[in-house]
Ligand binder design. Structure first.
Ligand code: IVH
Length: 706
């Protein structure tokens, strides 16, 4: 879109306008500069100025337009700012219908597609090139440009007519408000694309909604399609929607002739659109010389779909050459020259057969749905956590229901919804137990629910289920981190009666272990070495590994900083705990109760007699605050993607230079460091005003100087 010398000149002009006041004669230059930086930021993902500098130039343009309102044009970057709340969406007809795609699911289907194409064009020997690109999983859009200016945006609707969403789409920086189609002689153009939100942005949006008590979106697609149709264009913008263009739909010249085929092929057209400033698939697309290459490219993307920033549900294969496309033609439903290759489904319906209950380490009862096994993205799923009783009632789940199940790459399987419309009356209510469902002794134990918590708990475990879960947690990576001591080994030793409490873990009979089937001396020695190592852990780990309700990693660390020996806590009162900043009354109460119980003290003493460290280590001691550092006494927060270092590394660096990392944007925050695609945190910090906002580069420069 911008060649090297243009970029250089626009960049220099930017610097000039940052330092000097522009006049009304600079109006177009200012607009060009802003368009350039929007393209760098939103399309290339490679900004060359800070957001602060962008805003500065933006405000200068705004001021000139404010003084000369007659000079405002609809394609000015200032016009992205949404004006009004949309009260209802108008229905508009697409210039050419937006067709669907035929689906294929495997290599055979693609070979058959290739055969059909060759049959259609009646040239079996001919070489057919196919353009292959992701099948984006968002909401379809159509954009119309007239005389290089965006005049209309619409949803796909029924394919012939959609809803006009121009105001919303204009807020998206990845949609150019102006594009130089006239260089090709096009005066009217219709483009097709997909509005999406990235998986990261989706998590951020949902985290925010959870905090605000709003209903969560089931997946990025719902978040994006919902965002296209919000009544408030600002919300569309804040949801971080991006628009990819995947099809050159229609073009007309000044005389009204259809010149859609002028650029000869799909691949050339899409690349031309990329040059014009649109967001297009880059290394995710390929021009293939034959169907075997197509099959390989589809397989490659199916394997790595989870690594892509956006959700895709397949690939789209298109005959590249427009002349050949035209010979193939279309049905009323789909073009014959294109086919979708669908990845293995992430969603499926299944029957909810029964609900089983599991008990956690502190007695929380987790309901687990047993469903008719289904294949989801290549994995068989038959059990799905239902989290708690509230989840069951909020989804109105019943035994015998047909449920929609989803499994996304980095998300565990979950039930999206029940299909009420398929009920026949035979479905049964799920009755959450009132007594512990695990305990099989004659003494029923009523479940309890603590105010403000979602989980029902068994308060008085006699069956040992909780002890076992606690033991599994105790040895896990999160807690004592005993390498090679997995869940199944704990279960096995527990069943053999070797593990009755935590102390037993540190007093195992390794000769007996070596004789177990599947073990042998080497494995037993290895396990012994891991356990020996864990005995030396800092006491913050040990405290966390005791499964004291609500005592997490952070609180364990804060307490460990204050004591010489774990058993010092016998003498601590609730107030001693709450005196520590960031320790609340609930943790204080639970910890104090735990250490007032003689059986627990005895357990810890036994552990110590087996060599487990209960004394504060160097790692437990509070870190010295660097009062000399460039960031001494400041609070800091990192947001967005950092490019030269990881988030954790940046936080450690900041700490080493005297700063304290905090987790949210508030008046207490001194510095916000913004990486790529920073979202709501940046907006919030800007609104507060007093927060210093730094780019990653500025942050590095700052600490580099100290
Ligand atoms: S081409 C005439 N290409 O899939 C060509 N569609 O079933 C028709 N989609 O609603 C569409 N990524 O929104 C095409 N690279 C891509 C696509 C794509 C996603 C969606 C599109 C449409 C549906 C077609």
């Amino acid at each position: 879109m911008f060649d090297h010398s243009q970029q250089k000149s626009l960049f220099e002009k930017t610097k000039n306008f940052i330092d000097h006041e522009p006049t009304v004669n600079d109006l177009e230059a200012l607009r060009d500069i802003l368009r350039y930086h929007e393209w760098k930021y939103y399309v290339e993902n490679n900004p060359v100025i800070s957001d602060f500098e962008y805003d500065l130039v933006f405000k200068k343009l705004q001021k000139i337009e404010h003084d000369h309102p007659q000079l405002i044009t609809p394609d000015s970057p200032t016009q992205r700012v949404a004006q009004d709340i949309v009260s209802e969406f108008k229905t508009v007809a697409h210039i050419v219908p937006m067709l669907s795609l035929e689906n294929s699911y495997n290599a055979e289907d693609l070979l058959e597609f290739d055969k059909q194409i060759k049959k259609l064009i009646d040239r079996d020997e001919s070489v057919i090139k196919y353009a292959v690109e992701p099948k984006f999983d968002g909401g379809s859009i159509a954009l119309v440009y007239e005389n290089d200016v965006l005049v209309r945006a619409a949803t796909r609707g029924d394919g012939n007519q959609g809803e006009e969403i121009s105001a919303n789409m204009k807020t998206l920086q990845s949609v150019p408000l102006r594009a130089n189609f006239s260089q090709y002689g096009f005066t009217k153009v219709e483009l097709r694309g997909e509005a999406l939100i990235s998986k990261d942005k989706f998590k951020e949006v949902n985290a925010y909604r959870e905090q605000e008590g709003l209903v969560l979106f089931a997946n990025p697609r719902n978040a994006a399609t919902g965002g296209l149709r919000t009544k408030n264009p600002y919300e569309t913008r804040d949801r971080g929607i991006e628009a990819f263009i995947f099809q050159f739909g229609y073009a007309e010249d000044a005389a009204g002739n259809d010149v859609t085929r002028k650029l000869q092929s799909h691949f050339k057209s899409i690349n031309a659109l990329g040059d014009l400033g649109f967001k297009i698939p880059l290394s995710e697309k390929k021009l293939c010389d034959n169907i075997d290459e197509v099959i390989a490219f589809c397989a490659e993307w199916e394997a790595k779909r989870d690594t892509f920033k956006y959700e895709i549900d397949g690939m789209v294969v298109k005959v590249d050459d427009y002349a050949i496309q035209d010979i193939c033609g279309s049905t009323s439903h789909h073009p014959r020259w294109a086919i979708a290759y669908k990845f293995k489904a992430k969603q499926a319906t299944s029957k909810l057969l029964s609900v089983e209950y599991q008990v956690g380490k502190i007695g929380s009862i987790t309901p687990v749905a047993k469903i008719d096994p289904v294949q989801l993205a290549g994995v068989t799923v038959s059990s799905i956590s239902l989290h708690n009783a509230d989840f069951i009632s909020s989804k109105d789940l019943r035994l015998g229901d047909t449920v929609l199940v989803e499994r996304s790459g980095d998300v565990i399987p979950y039930i999206v919804k029940t299909m009420e419309e398929l009920r026949d009356g035979s479905e049964k209510e799920i009755v959450f137990p009132v007594v512990c469902p695990i305990n099989d002794t004659d003494m029923p134990i009523p479940l309890e629910r603590i105010d403000g918590e979602a989980a029902w708990r068994c308060p008085n475990c006699v069956c040992g289920a909780q002890t076992l879960q606690r033991m599994i947690f105790h040895v896990s990576k999160e807690a004592m981190d005993i390498d090679g001591f997995g869940r199944s080994i704990v279960e096995r030793f527990y069943a053999l009666g070797w593990l009755k409490d935590f102390a037993d873990i540190y007093n195992l009979d390794y000769e007996a272990i070596a004789k177990l089937e599947g073990f042998g001396k080497r494995s037993a020695d290895k396990l012994q070495a891991s356990i020996q190592k864990a005995k030396q852990n800092p006491i913050s780990r040990l405290l966390h590994a005791l499964s004291i309700h609500h005592l997490g990693k952070k609180a364990s660390k804060l307490i460990a900083e204050q004591i010489n020996h774990v058993l010092d806590l016998q003498h601590w009162t609730v107030e001693d705990y709450t005196k520590i900043k960031d320790i609340g009354p609930v943790v204080a109460e639970n910890a104090s109760l735990y250490f007032s119980e003689p059986a627990n003290i005895e357990l810890l003493q036994r552990m110590e007699s087996y060599g487990v460290n209960l004394t504060q280590t160097a790692e437990d001691k509070p870190k010295e605050v660097n009062m000399e550092g460039a960031l001494a006494g400041k609070t800091i927060l990192f947001t967005g993607t950092l490019t030269t270092m990881g988030r954790k590394q940046a936080e450690e660096l900041a700490e080493a230079h005297g700063a304290k990392n905090i987790s949210g944007v508030s008046k207490n925050l001194d510095i916000l460091v913004v990486g790529e695609s920073a979202g709501s945190k940046l907006t919030k910090a800007q609104a507060i005003g007093s927060i210093q906002i730094l780019t990653e580069e500025e942050f590095v420069a700052l600490i580099g100087n100290s």
